[in-house]
Ligand binder design. Structure first.
Ligand SMILES: [Zn+2]
Length: 245
């Protein structure tokens, strides 16, 4: 397979040498690809249009030892709106970083690819924070970490009530008897966990109908961050930046 074609999102692009760019692509068929686009920063480069950050393009690549080479590219969607304001840009960058960590250990590339593409589209009209929460919980689900919200993650007993203990380490709520199983469990409201279930189940085309109060939004953000951090065992650079926005 010297030459191959794939649809991919540009999730990272950095300048290299005089006029080249090194790209991290997230492709539909092959997961993560590192590629070089030669001469792309020259004004007349034919590749220019399709290799910008967050572009969704059809790539013709030449397989290399460590880096593949972009031979042709045809842009399908520029996702320009992700570049046009700081909040969208920061959230898209954060999602791209999450992908970097998720794909590393995940085989279900295709579904994660479609999720990312959908969320990039949704960010055109919806609040980036809402889309990011949806992306986080669905990504966790696709990675096999679906949070258990209604039955105890240790004994499977029913857990109800407005205040529940959630163990990020064990991946779900704890009943009062099993609470001691994780001393770092956090308190989460039944309302927040109900939204998590909705985010996981709902038709994403209806995401605009979901109304979340700022308080509930804050709670969901804390939960998803802690859950992600625990599960991925990694602090993301952009998390610190996002919390300052
Ligand atoms: Zn229990």
């Amino acid at each position: 397979m010297a030459l191959y074609k794939t649809d991919a999102l540009v999730v990272r692009a950095r300048d290299y040498g005089e006029a080249d760019k090194i790209l991290t692509l997230f492709s539909r068929e092959f997961g993560r690809i590192q590629a070089i686009a030669k001469g792309v920063r020259k004004p007349k480069s034919r590749l220019r249009g399709g290799v910008q950050l967050f572009s969704y393009s059809n790539f013709l690549l030449h397989k290399g030892k460590s880096l593949d080479t972009v031979t042709q590219v045809e842009q399908r969607e520029s996702f320009l709106w992700l570049m046009e304001d700081l909040e969208r840009l920061t959230h898209a960058t954060y999602m791209a970083e999450l992908l970097g960590a998720a794909l590393w250990e995940n085989e279900e590339g295709q579904e994660i690819f479609l999720l990312t593409l959908t969320c990039f589209y949704l960010m055109q009209s919806l609040e980036p924070k809402l889309v990011a929460r949806c992306f986080e919980f669905r990504l966790m689900q696709l990675m096999g970490y679906k949070p258990q919200t209604e039955t105890c993650v240790v004994c499977n007993g029913q857990v109800s009530g407005e205040k529940r203990q959630f163990s990020c380490d064990l991946g779900g709520v704890l009943c009062p008897r099993c609470r001691h199983q994780d001393h770092q469990s956090i308190e989460v409201s039944g309302g927040a966990l109900a939204v998590v279930n909705q985010l996981l189940k709902m038709d994403l085309r209806k995401l605009d109908r979901l109304r979340i109060s700022p308080q509930l939004g804050g709670e969901l953000e804390r939960l998803s961050r802690q859950f992600l951090t625990t599960k991925l065992e990694k602090r993301f650079k952009s998390l610190d930046f996002l919390s300052k926005l």
